[in-house]
Design a binder for this molecule. Structure first.
Ligand code: NAD
Ligand code: ZN
Length: 405
């Protein structure tokens, strides 16, 4: 018998830029990203995909993009075709149709491996078009312009692409780092209240398990965030983005080969709530509920104190999140809450062993390898009571009486 040992590493680098109005005619950040530092290099060709929700609120965007490429053509950047619009949100992630559509287009225009696919949209569009881009020529360079708060602080920064399939969130996907990401604050201006709020829950998620100082700042900023203060959101996005990027670069497992997903605190239930609600709940809204449930679970276990949990729940409510949804009441034939099926899926996804990220004191994380459904039931009942109360003062007083022991 002969065995040849093989081992190599691949160095990934990409930049996250923060700017505003990057399709203003004289704004040349994107030109630098596409053309690279070498003068006289081969012209960079790009296909552009736009989230329908973005275009509905900014109808002149396709024309502005076209005009921008016209201005910057001397720098060696060109459009391979007119910008195309794709369905926003989960609708674009429904099935493999997006791969077929973008693959055909790339073949028609003769897109080469060194060309770019520029993706402008929320997390749904970034995931779906990014998935297609990662398959064409086994990976065309992706430049992402996230257009929601959640995508700018989380979904747009990572190395994962996916579509929903076989009844599961993100069931088909790849690990493909982007070429670059541009967080353009101007896109956030057209978000509706729900999508503007949605990214806040991911910031709480990562702060609770990684950064107590950030969490304190988020609790203090809750009423400003509720008033849609752009400076508070810019601060949140940058802090949250830094934590996510640091985790990918320094967490030791960027492609999640191990059996835990440390940044998925609160997500085992969130993904299931999205599915149970048939995506009526947005990802960030479901994450807020999932974070609240797991915070109460951690408190019931004694990992954190009740007094630490209540201000965080209060802040999430102040930001405008609903921390209870009727799909939490759905039960299967045996009377078990259907959300608990999310645990089975999460375990399958991780490779068979359950590993749930939980706070171990605020700002720190531990992994749980067992889950007590009776404990969860107490926490769900407590969360329902907490969210039924109106007004922060009433919530605070009654919550202390109604949280689990
Ligand atoms: N790949 C990852 O690492 C990762 C991480 C977190 C979440 N996600 C995924 O991201 C998705 C959620 O993304 P999201 O919260 O960005 O929302 P979304 O993509 O679902 O978009 C929500 C809605 O906002 C619209 N929209 C987007 N930008 C807009 C703008 N600037 N103005 C007006 N409307 C706009 C969209 O058309 C859509 O209708 C989920 O599918 C989730 O699974 C992926
Ligand atoms: Zn998430």
């Amino acid at each position: 018998m002969t065995t040849l040992n093989q081992s190599f590493t691949v160095d990934y680098r990409f930049d996250l830029h923060f700017t505003s109005d990057c399709f203003a005619p004289d704004h040349d950040l994107l030109a630098g990203v596409l053309a690279g530092p070498t003068p006289g290099a081969r012209p960079a060709r790009a296909l552009v995909y736009l989230d329908q929700g973005v275009v509905e609120r900014s109808p002149d965007l396709p024309r502005r993009i076209h005009a921008w490429f016209g201005v910057h053509e001397p720098r060696g950047v060109s459009l391979a075709a007119v910008p195309e619009i794709v369905a926003g949100g989960e609708e674009g992630k429904l099935d493999l149709a997006i791969v077929d559509r973008i693959g055909r287009r790339a073949a028609e225009v003769g897109l080469c491996r060194h060309s770019f696919i520029i993706i402008i949209g929320g997390g749904g569009v970034l995931d779906a078009v990014g998935f297609a881009a990662s398959l064409i020529h086994r990976g065309v360079r992706q430049v992402r312009l996230p257009t929601t708060t959640l995508a700018q602080c989380d979904a747009g920064l990572g190395v994962k692409n996916a579509i929903n399939a076989c009844g599961q969130k993100n069931f088909l996907g790849t690990f493909t780092p982007p070429w670059a990401i541009i967080n353009d604050a101007r896109f956030l201006e057209t978000l509706d209240a729900r999508s503007w709020r949605a990214g806040i829950s991911e910031a709480f998620k990562v702060a609770i398990i990684k950064d107590a100082t950030f969490l304190t700042g988020l609790v203090e900023a809750a009423s400003r965030l509720a008033r849609r203060d752009p400076a508070s959101m810019a601060w949140l996005i940058e802090r949250c983005a830094r934590l996510h990027l640091d985790h990918i670069a320094n967490g030791g497992d960027p492609f999640e080969r191990g059996s835990s997903r440390p940044l998925d605190f609160g997500h085992w239930s969130a993904h299931q709530l999205e599915i149970l609600s048939q995506h009526r709940l947005q990802h960030g809204e479901a994450v807020a509920i999932g974070v609240a449930l797991d915070l109460l679970y951690a408190a019931d276990l004694g990992l954190i104190g009740q007094r630490q949990v209540l201000p965080v729940l209060d802040a999430l409510l102040t930001c405008g999140f609903r921390l209870w949804d009727e799909v939490l009441d759905l039960r299967d034939a045996s009377g078990r809450r259907q959300v608990l099926a999310g645990l089975v899926r999460f375990r399958e996804h991780l490779g068979g062993d359950l590993s749930l990220a939980m706070p171990d004191g605020l700002g720190q994380r531990c992994d749980l390898h067992a889950f007590d459904e009776d404990r969860f039931e107490r926490c769900a009942t407590a969360l329902r009571r907490i969210t039924a109360l109106h007004g922060p003062a009433a919530r605070q007083g009654s919550a202390e009486a109604s949280t689990p022991r």
